[in-house]
Structure formats: C-alpha cells, structure tokens
Design a protein around this ligand. Structure first.
Ligand SMILES: C[S@@+](CC[C@H](N)C(=O)[O-])C[C@H]1O[C@@H](n2cnc3c(N)ncnc32)[C@H](O)[C@@H]1O
Length: 260
C-alpha cells in the first residue's frame, strides 16, 4: 500500500515537469485553449494517436478528438447536475487542473474549486488562473485528511454544490466513510457527486485486479452511506470513459450520487 506522502512526492515530480515546460514556453501562448492543449500534449509525450474508451468501445483518434471527447464526456454529466443555483463546481484530486481549467474557461460563470495534494499540480492550475483571469480557487487537499476541505466549505455559504472526481480516488487504497459523512454533515442542502474511477471490478464482484495501491472499497463506502439513508445513488455506467486501453481504464466506471 502506498503512503500518501510517497504519492505526493511522486506527483510533485510528475506535475513539476509540466510546470517547468509551461514556464519555458509561456511567451509562445496568448490563449488559454492553445496553452492548455500544448501542456496536455506535452504530458502525453507529444504523440498524436490515442486509443481510449467511450461508452464501452475502444476508439482510436487524434489528439484533438481525444481531448474534445474527454471534455465532452465530463461536460455531459456536469450539465445534468449543474443548475442556475449551483454555487460551486468542485474538482477533487485535480492534478494540474486539466478539467478545472477547461471548465472555467469555457463556462466563465461557474465558480470552480480545485483541491489537489501536490503543490506543483496546484501551481500549474494557479498559473492558468492568474494568466487568464479564471474563476478557480485552489486549495491543498488530501483524501486521507479531509480537515482542510471541510474547513474551506464551512467558511462558504453554499446551498448547492457539484463535486467530481476523475481518476483520483483510484489512488486511495481504502477511503474512509467518515470523509463523506463529514461532507454530508455540512449545512449544504444539495450535494451532487460524479465519480469516474477504476472500481468496476467492485461492482462486478470480481477479485482485485489492479496494482496494489489502487482503491478497493469505494463501492462498499457508498453502499454504507446508502444503508444509512445519507445518499441516493444515480447513474452507474461501466466504461463510460477510459483515457486509454489499459486494465485500469477498462475498470473505469461512472458513479453518481446525491445527498438525501
Ligand atoms: C491520475 S491523477 C488525476 C488528476 C485529475 N483528476 C485529472 O483527471 O487530470 C491523480 C491525482 O490524484 C492526486 N492524489 C493522489 N493521492 C491523493 C491524496 N491522498 N489526496 C488528494 N489527491 C491525491 C495526485 O496528486 C494526482 O494529481
């Protein structure tokens, strides 16, 4: 099992390389979409052909189609849950901010909050936020210690929020049910949550098939919250989206739930 401290160190290096690239090339870019794409492409090794999963099918497309599909598949779920009364859209385990930055720049009326463990990931998000005047608030976030998240939300007067997680709970071997209980205890009337995480094997009742550090209990935690009448499960769609054709991606599943 990986310690969160080791995971932080790993991602400091991984996203740190992207930050260095960004600073080196910053004068070449004046529009957010071009700079976002350039960084994303660099992260993926500047290749141009991608095999990935949409609606349970493996498709192969170029970088532009790959990124537009990635954005579209998340947008379709956000559009379902965001209303004119939504106070904030929260990206937990946001990495370098690929989703937060795209959403904030395409929907400037949304308030985005991005929580990420690594300083370097948040630094990339903040670079885009400051350069392009995006409405993104970043904070240091740890799935293993929800205090900063709960404290941040306690300072707001939110009545309605939408939270999404994209391949980040995957890195928490056992997530604590108390994480969600503390969130549900806050005086926020409507909380809707979208997960895209590689836990399909949990829904299929299959033995754990992934490398050791991947999540083993998200379904069990959500089932516990259902049995406590704290949440209601919405759509569950196996292989809704997978960013490549690996076993991890094949285990990606969309799970939606809301506070009762
Ligand atoms: C595969 S990346 C996904 C990033 C982003 N959600 C995306 O879709 O681009 C996983 C992210 O989870 C973060 N992470 C790992 N352990 C974490 C923890 N204990 N608390 C919060 N984030 C964590 C990593 O730093 C990394 O940025």
């Amino acid at each position: 099992m990986e310690k969160w401290e080791d995971n932080k160190k790993h991602h400091e290096g991984y996203w740190g390389k992207l930050y260095t690239y960004l600073i080196k090339n910053k004068l070449n870019h004046k529009d957010v979409s071009g700079e976002w794409k350039s960084l994303f492409k660099y992260e993926l090794g500047n290749k141009n052909l991608f095999s990935y999963i949409v609606d349970s099918k493996v498709v192969t497309n170029d970088f532009n189609k790959y990124t537009s599909d990635k954005n579209l598949y998340l947008k379709k779920r956000l559009d379902k849950h965001i209303t004119k009364d939504t106070d904030a859209v929260i990206d937990l385990g946001s990495g370098w901010g690929r989703h937060s930055i795209h959403i904030a720049s395409s929907k400037p009326s949304y308030k985005i909050i991005s929580g990420e463990l690594s300083d370097s990931g948040r630094r990339v998000t903040e670079y885009f936020t400051n350069k392009y005047g995006l409405d993104i608030e970043t904070f240091q976030f740890n799935w293993k210690d929800n205090k900063s998240f709960i404290k941040l939300l306690s300072t707001k007067k939110y009545k309605e929020i939408v939270i999404f997680t994209s391949n980040t709970i995957e890195q928490i071997d056992y997530i604590d049910v108390a994480f969600f209980q503390d969130l549900l205890d806050l005086p926020i009337e409507k909380i809707k949550v979208i997960h895209i995480e590689p836990v399909k094997f949990q829904y299929d009742g299959l033995p754990f098939p992934l490398s050791n550090h991947y999540n083993r209990n998200l379904k069990a935690v959500l089932d516990t919250l259902v049995s406590m009448d704290r949440i209601k499960i919405g759509d569950i769609i196996p292989q809704y989206w997978g960013h490549n054709n690996s076993l991890t991606s094949k285990n990606n599943i969309l799970i939606e739930w809301e506070k009762l």
